[in-house]
Design a protein around this ligand. Structure first.
Ligand SMILES: NC(=O)c1ccc[n+]([C@@H]2O[C@H](COP(=O)([O-])OP(=O)(O)OC[C@H]3O[C@@H](n4cnc5c(N)ncnc54)[C@H](O)[C@@H]3O)[C@@H](O)[C@H]2O)c1
Length: 294
């Protein structure tokens, strides 16, 4: 491991936090994964054991590398105060994140860097709950964190240059690709690009220019996307995008941030995509696509 950051404390052992913690352990950091719910810690550890066993079985990592990572690994109910870096990956609620960071600010040493994995809250909205806005960044990992290489490093208005540089060095040391945002903006880069494509796809459909299958086909066969925007919305859940847009609209008041009529109607009818058997497309019990629903 290079750099000043040795001990990483990851808070929240859900889908994101558990894998982020293992990424750090595999890269040579001492890691403590914590969660308010002891069952979440047990679940995360069991799932990660399966994943690291599979890495060895598939020859992606040696047994020694994986054993060494587990030897650097600990779990705890309460975050230890001696972290060099805290990565927060708890529930996506601003009040909960602010309360957690305020508590950590009182307990951790002045050098500890705070990072949030939030998908929607900008650094300043959380850093203002602490007395160390200069030592606060967002480190936005993508799901699944063990696989996806991009990590957005989002600077708040008060983030110090050396902290931003340290964050980039840390992310690079994890074997990930840092994408730096010099200024904070909700949605950051990747999800804004995704949102722009999704909005245009919906506008083309609602304008009657092309049907959903044609638009998805163009995205796959002309742009090389692994799946089209309607297929992706069905996969991730139409309600997720709807709620993200609602939250953005509440923040900006910009009518362009309102969910489209098509999405609002699907959510109102409970047609949320693959998980409900119907969204833009129809699915059978096994999740196989049967055809267009719109
Ligand atoms: N799921 C994704 O695809 C994704 C992608 C990128 C970023 N994110 C962000 O990562 C964060 C976590 O998302 P997730 O999908 O892993 O959530 P999750 O619901 O799977 O896990 C959250 C965990 O946090 C724990 N928790 C809640 N409040 C806590 C507290 N005050 N102290 C300690 N533990 C607490 C819960 O017990 C739970 O185990 C969110 O901010 C989300 O926006 C999610």
């Amino acid at each position: 491991m290079t750099g000043r950051i040795d001990h990483v404390v990851v808070i929240g052992a859900g889908a994101m936090g558990s894998q982020i913690a293992m990424v750090c352990a595999l890269a040579g950091h001492r890691v403590t994964l914590t969660d308010a719910d002891p069952a979440a810690l047990e679940r995360a550890t069991a799932q990660l054991r399966q994943r690291t066993d599979a890495m060895v079985a598939k020859g992606r990592r040696s047994a020694q590398e994986v054993d060494a990572a587990w030897n650097r690994w600990a779990t705890a109910a309460v975050p230890p105060a001696d972290a060099d870096l805290v990565i927060e990956a708890i529930v996506e609620k601003l009040d909960a994140k602010r309360a957690l960071f305020a508590e950590l600010d009182a307990r951790c040493g002045p050098d500890t860097v705070f990072a949030s994995n939030s998908s929607s809250f900008v650094p300043s909205s959380m850093a203002s709950a602490t007395g160390r806005a200069d030592r606060f960044v967002n480190l936005h990992f993508f799901n699944p964190a063990l696989v996806m290489t991009c990590v957005e490093v989002v600077r708040g208005p008060d983030t110090a240059d050396d902290v931003a540089a340290e964050a980039v060095e840390f992310v690079t040391g994890l074997g990930k690709v840092p994408v730096v945002l010099e200024r904070e903006i909700p949605g950051f880069v990747a999800n804004r690009l995704l949102g722009a494509v999704r909005d245009e796809a919906l506008a083309l459909y609602e304008g009657g220019y092309a049907d959903i299958e044609a638009i998805d086909t163009a995205a796959r066969t002309a742009l090389g996307y692994p799946m089209g925007p309607f297929e992706l919305m069905d996969l991730t859940g139409i309600d997720i995008g709807y709620l993200t847009k609602k939250a953005r609209f509440a923040e900006t008041g910009d009518p362009a941030d309102q969910p489209s009529d098509t999405v609002a109607a699907l959510v109102a009818d409970g047609h949320l995509g693959r998980k409900s058997g119907r969204g833009f497309y129809l699915y059978d019990q096994a999740g196989q696509r049967l055809g267009k629903a719109l």
